[in-house]
Write a protein that binds this ligand. Structure first.
Ligand code: FAD
Length: 383
């Protein structure tokens, strides 16, 4: 067993840290406050190979492993979750194109995403279909050389600023097995009948666009069906979640680490009752607990990524890592804010942004309850 990062992985981690520390601080607050996507920093991040860098060199990426990509996620969120989320979201779903797309789809779409020329997103959630993606109603109907898409999606990352989305649609409702009824389509947002409306007032992660999206008879070429066979969408989504849940675990790790570091600095500087706060045993114990939780998150998330990089697909371990990462990070960030006292409640101290952001990890990419479904089903079998 090897618990260490390679020299190359340390280089990736520290390069991501340097980049985030240098580029995020000046824009983070205004992007959060005004809900603005950080376009220039996104371009720079792409030029330096941080975005979608798991994509193979043949399609413009650097072929990084899942652990490498998770390290970047961690470092970006450590500095600013909102900017980190916005940058990562621009390649959200690129794994699906790379693993399951046709050669033409890979060469047409992936290099532009990795180079920072195009923004993509992934659309599964609908107003009546969240945790249960098999209840989606958006349809794609084949008509000659085209498909016509009708329906709506919600909370879709980059739905109002992106160039194209990977959209999960119902294509084969007649099939007896429910999981065989869905397919992904690449839908350019400039097509007639597409509408993406920014959803204002997210609790956190506001530099990242979330949108209500509707498809009103959107016509796309039949070649935009992901891969060349209908009915694979559900399986492609599940395969993707094994990867995305792992680097989302990296988001939680980064938030916990970043918030804890801020809290430690604060209690060393702030004096009450004639001593720095770090003098008081009750608060020292809080730091001990936070640091232990961060270590637990790191071990689970890195292990899940390390296994995936070795082709050991462990659905259960990924679900465990994502659940524990979100839940413990929420606890750590809560204590980090508490250690700031009243100042923690004000944005000037830069701690409440972690608090607002980290909750998302317990909700998207599978809620914590859904992760526990997966874990218990793997252990006890399905009921
Ligand atoms: C910041 C953010 C970004 C997002 N980005 C995207 C995106 O880019 N693309 C996209 O497609 N979606 C996106 N989503 C949507 C997200 O994936 C869904 O919110 C999530 O899957 C949960 O679905 P829901 O909100 O409909 O909740 P519901 O499914 O209605 O669940 C409500 C509650 O009930 C629980 N629950 C549901 N079913 C069960 C059950 N059987 N047993 C026990 N508990 C259950 C859930 O865990 C949850 O606590 C985003 C969400 C957020 C918050």
């Amino acid at each position: 067993m090897d618990f260490g990062l390679t020299d190359e992985q340390k280089d990736i981690k520290y390069a991501a840290r340097d980049f985030a520390e240098k580029e995020f601080s000046d824009i983070a607050e205004s992007c959060d406050e005004k809900e603005i996507f950080p376009r220039e920093v996104w371009k720079k991040a792409c030029q330096l190979g941080f975005v979608g860098s798991f994509v193979e060199p043949a399609y413009g990426g650097s072929g990084l492993g899942l652990l490498d990509y998770t390290l970047i996620a961690e470092e970006f969120w450590r500095v600013d979750p909102g900017i980190g989320q916005a940058l990562f979201s621009t390649a959200f779903g690129a794994e699906i194109i790379e693993k399951h797309g046709t050669e033409e789809q890979k060469t047409s779409y992936l290099p532009a995403v990795v180079r920072g020329e195009k923004i993509m997103g992934l659309a599964t959630t609908e107003p009546d279909a969240g945790s249960d993606i098999t209840s989606i109603k958006t349809t794609a109907v084949r008509q000659g050389d085209t498909y016509v898409i009708n329906g709506s999606k919600t909370m879709i990352g980059n739905g109002s600023i992106g160039d194209f989305l990977l959209v999960l649609c119902l294509t084969n409702p007649e099939r007896p097995k429910i999981h065989d009824r869905f397919s992904f389509f690449i839908v350019e947002t400039g097509r007639v009948g597409y509408d993406g409306t920014h959803m204002h007032g997210k609790m956190g992660l506001r530099a990242y666009d979330s949108a209500d999206v509707s498809f009103d008879g959107v016509e796309i070429p039949a070649t935009n069906l992901l891969g060349d066979v209908e009915g694979k969408g559900f399986y492609q989504a599940m395969d993707f979640f094994n990867m995305s849940r792992t680097w989302v675990g990296g988001f939680a790790l980064g938030a916990a680490q970043g918030a804890m570091e801020k809290a430690i600095r604060h209690i060393r500087e702030r004096k009450q009752f004639g001593h720095p706060l770090s003098h008081f045993q009750a608060l020292r114990f809080k730091v001990a607990e936070m640091a232990t939780y961060v270590e637990m998150i790191r071990n689970m998330v890195y292990k899940a990524a390390w296994n995936m990089d070795r082709g050991l697909k462990d659905h259960k371990l990924v679900a465990m890592a994502k659940w524990i990462a979100g839940s413990l990070a929420v606890k750590v960030v809560d204590e980090a804010l508490q250690l700031h006292g009243g100042y923690g409640y004000f944005s000037d101290y830069g701690i409440e942004k972690y608090y607002r952001a980290v909750k998302a990890v317990e909700i998207y990419e599978g809620t914590k309850e859904i992760e526990k479904h997966i874990i218990s089903n793997e252990i006890l079998g399905r009921e």
